[in-house]
Write a protein that binds this ligand. Structure first.
Ligand SMILES: [Zn+2]
Length: 98
């Protein structure tokens, strides 16, 4: 059993579904406001649809197959030291003029 970690560049269904929550919520809210403005149905009657959409998208994101999944790449090994920086010029307080 391998540990699943999302990779934004992976083409598998689970990785694609995990990035859809924000878009699905915004589209749902837009459609519900549109229906409210067209006097089809009031927004307060359809607001629970947002929760249903969130639940469906989360379910799909957690149960979609991971066939062809490409795990994210994290470099392993010693960390390279930061590049050497030139030291700032030091000021000497001993050269105070009277
Ligand atoms: Zn994947």
């Amino acid at each position: 059993m391998s540990l699943y970690m999302r990779n934004k560049a992976c083409p598998c269904p689970r990785c694609k579904a995990r990035g859809l929550l924000g878009a699905a919520v915004l589209i749902t809210i837009g459609v519900l406001f549109l229906l409210d403005n067209l006097d089809v149905v009031s927004f307060h009657m359809t607001a629970p649809v947002i929760l249903i959409v969130i639940g469906v998208v989360l379910y799909l994101g957690r149960t979609a197959p991971i066939d062809g999944h490409i795990p994210p790449y994290y470099p392993v090994g010693p960390v390279a030291p930061p590049p050497a920086q030139a030291a700032p010029p030091q000021q000497h307080d001993s050269q105070v003029n009277p």
